[in-house]
Design a binder for this molecule. Structure first.
Ligand SMILES: *Cc1c(COP(=O)(O)O)cnc(C)c1O
Length: 399
């Protein structure tokens, strides 16, 4: 497909040098992306890539999706600013569409602007709903980088420079029912789990583990919070990954794919939890703004109109089968659900992620030994086959 990148867009090297000068110095990028369409991206030198990173499960409808761009354009022309203490028509429609997708009983939503913000909100609501502070969370878990969310994030490299962190958290081994039962007591405010640990290496929670967590939380009057920031919004072939287990928590947090790339976060909770917060006890300037609400509504409508939940399940099965065909000398296995898959290696994957990019495939690591595939939900069968072909080629060339 020919790409019309305006001639005044500088090339990769120029952009990288200029950005490196003023960025915070946290990353070492070596490519600049300037345009996207569907599951494809183009860099500043006009090279095409298949995007199986999608901003880490963010571009749920792919790039430049007609429904999403039309909704954003129309909303930008109509109204961008309307704070949450004032009512807005698009926000109302979005809230109704979102709650309609939630398990029965989860009918209250606090809208914010990122995953970490949604988790910060969850910590505050859990605190007032229980009158307790202690959290039980899982090793390898990830909840974000702000100070409160970082308390729930296990990775020592992320935590160490900032300790002591404000929340007392007991980390228990993931998928270990006995360890969870031993850690939760009558001082526990919240049991905190991801249905699939994304950053932690694409580890899937056993359905029985999540159901047991529900029981344990109930026995001790604790709140069960499920972080679906990466797994939610049709990613795993269900609207929420917790549907695989049939568990109904007290709180669910969403963010990444919810508005197709427009910054958003959502804490969805029960009436009982929501009611515990005093009037004015929490808030945020940009949360629930009409632009993000319009984007979120467009994503939910497109999921419905195009059957993207079933599509994600089918394409996930196809991608999984292809990746399983690569299991052998270097590849140890495949983990995950739907379109959230991890290809597990016997070696550190940083050089593999780079080799894949050179083969025209954008992916992201999940921990040190896993390559993560979280493509746009709209990925088609021919694209999936092309992804597998590119992985195969890169692994053959690199061995
Ligand atoms: C990405 C992520 C977060 C943090 O979201 P941000 O928008 O980066 O703050 C929290 N929890 C999980 C499971 C995530 O994948």
């Amino acid at each position: 497909m020919p790409v019309d990148i305006a001639s005044d867009v500088p090339g990769n090297q120029t952009l990288l040098t200029r950005e490196a000068r003023h960025g915070p110095g946290l990353w070492q990028a070596d490519v600049a992306f300037v345009r996207g369409e569907g599951v494809r991206l183009w860099d500043a030198d006009g090279r095409e890539y298949l995007d199986c990173m999608a901003g880490i499960a963010v571009a749920s409808l792919g790039h430049a999706h007609p429904r999403l761009t039309a909704a954003l354009t129309a909303q930008a022309q109509r109204l961008i600013v309307c704070p949450q203490n004032l009512c807005n028509d698009v926000r109302v429609a979005f809230l109704e569409a979102l709650v309609a997708r939630m398990p029965v009983g989860l009918g209250r939503v606090f809208l914010c602007n990122s995953g970490a913000e949604a988790n910060e909100a969850a910590l505050k609501w859990a605190r007032v709903a229980t009158g307790r502070r202690r959290v039980v969370a899982a090793t390898r878990g990830f909840a974000g980088r702000t100070i409160g969310a970082l308390s729930l994030t296990w990775e020592p490299a992320y935590r160490a420079p900032f300790e002591p962190l404000p929340y007392p958290v007991d980390f228990v081994p993931f998928n270990d029912q006995a360890a969870l039962e031993a850690a939760v007591d009558d001082e526990t405010a919240v049991v905190w789990l991801e249905p699939i640990q994304g950053e932690g290496g694409v580890h899937v929670a056993d359905p029985g583990y999540l159901r047991h967590a529900r029981d344990v939380a109930d026995q001790h009057g604790a709140v069960l919070a499920i972080d679906e920031i990466q797994t939610g919004v049709a990613r795993t072939g269900r609207f929420l990954a917790l549907e695989h287990a049939g568990v109904v928590p007290d709180m669910v947090t969403l963010a990444k794919g919810l508005a197709g790339g427009v910054p958003i976060g959502a804490l969805v909770m029960t009436e009982e939890v929501a009611a515990a917060m005093p009037k004015g006890g929490h808030g945020t300037t940009f949360g629930g703004n009409p632009l993000a609400a319009a984007a979120g509504l467009a994503v939910l409508e497109e999921i419905e109109a195009s059957g993207l939940i079933e599509h994600a399940e089918r394409m996930g099965a196809r991608l999984r089968a292809g990746l399983e065909g690569l299991v052998g000398r270097r590849v140890r296995g495949v983990r995950g659900l739907g379109l959230m898959l991890g290809l597990v290696f016997d070696e550190p994957v940083a050089p593999i992620v780079e080799a894949l990019r050179e083969a025209g495939l954008l992916v992201v690591n999940a921990g040190s030994h896993v390559v993560r595939f979280v493509p746009p939900l709209v990925i088609g069968p021919a694209d999936v086959d092309e992804v597998i072909a590119r992985v195969e080629r890169a692994l053959t060339d690199a061995s």
